[in-house]
Design a protein around this ligand. Structure first.
Ligand code: ZN
Length: 202
């Protein structure tokens, strides 16, 4: 079955409470030229929105992959594509403020492991097998969470979430009004469409 939307220009960053953000992404079994183009477009979107990481689920793709560049600057730092990432050996704890391109205007402190081990595959199928710490470890944990349908607000303390309740309400109101006016399909159709991607790449 072919995918309906393969034009990378059609990709955009989805925002809370889009149901794909709560979807558990499926392992990628195949990387082809079309998927590579979509990933290149993900980098463009990440830099345009001044992000340091972007998960496939954030561009409405139900695939276990994310991209990152801790520098946040195109042409600087290291661009990484992590396909089918698995985190092991979390060590230590560190609290720091996070934000998310799918939750504009929302920020809050999250406790993450200070160091982790990441196993994944790059775009060429090479294994990535390394220890990460600090900011890079935080990005990998935040983005891997996305692939499991988890958002950083889920990991904030209850009191801190209450402080951003107004911002979250505004996002919900905006999203639901776009559905009411027909600018966006209903949740059930949005989730149904993901099956096309899964049959192509999973
Ligand atoms: Zn995020």
């Amino acid at each position: 079955m072919s995918v309906e939307i393969t034009d990378p220009a059609a990709l955009s960053i989805i925002t809370f409470p889009h149901p794909t953000l709560r979807y558990e992404a499926k392992p990628v079994r195949r990387v082809d030229a079309a998927l590579k183009k979509l990933i290149a477009r993900m980098f463009e979107l990440m830099y345009e929105h001044r992000g340091v990481g972007l998960a496939a689920t954030q561009v409405d793709l139900p695939l276990r992959l994310f991209i990152m560049n801790a520098s946040g600057q195109q042409g600087e730092g290291e661009e990484l594509v992590m396909i089918n990432p698995v985190i092991t050996k979390p060590r230590g704890n560190e609290e720091a403020e996070e934000g998310c391109l799918s939750l504009p205007n929302v920020h809050g402190n999250v406790v993450r492991a200070k160091t982790i081990h990441i196993h994944a595959y790059d775009l060429s199928g090479n294994e990535i097998d390394q220890e990460l710490s600090g900011f890079e470890a935080r990005i990998v944990q935040h983005e891997t969470d996305h692939l499991n349908g988890t958002l950083f607000i889920d990991r904030m303390k209850e009191g801190a979430v209450n402080e951003v309740a107004g911002e979250l309400d505004a996002l919900v109101t905006d999203f639901r009004s776009r559905q009411r006016t027909g600018a966006l399909p209903e949740d059930s159709l949005l989730i149904q469409r993901l099956g096309q991607w899964e049959s192509s790449y999973c």
